[in-house]
Write a protein that binds this ligand. Structure first.
Ligand SMILES: [Zn+2]
Length: 90
């Protein structure tokens, strides 16, 4: 079974840093919250405009290299917690 890829919603202010993608994978999310800076490309930089969840919803998401490799249609899930606040940090 494919590994689940968790994505986190970005606030509008951060979308510009993610090439307009509205969501990022948990690894990029962790890098963003730890560095207290903008997104970095150290873990990879793979825009996926139509990342698809199990129920068929699609999201414009930015994946790290490992998530991009693991991605299969339907194995993306929305993280319920840790939506970034208006300042871009949890
Ligand atoms: Zn990732």
């Amino acid at each position: 079974m494919a590994q689940t890829i968790w994505i986190h919603k970005l606030v509008d202010a951060k979308k510009a840093d993610a090439e307009g993608m509205g969501y990022i994978c948990e690894h990029l999310f962790q890098g963003l919250t730890q560095s207290e800076a903008s997104l970095t490309k150290t873990k990879g930089w793979n825009p996926v405009p139509d990342a698809t969840t199990k129920d068929g919803s699609t999201y414009a998401a930015l994946f790290c290299d490992s998530c991009a490799k693991n991605y299969n249609n339907g194995n993306v899930r929305m993280a319920k917690e840790a939506v970034l606040d208006k300042d871009g940090y949890p």
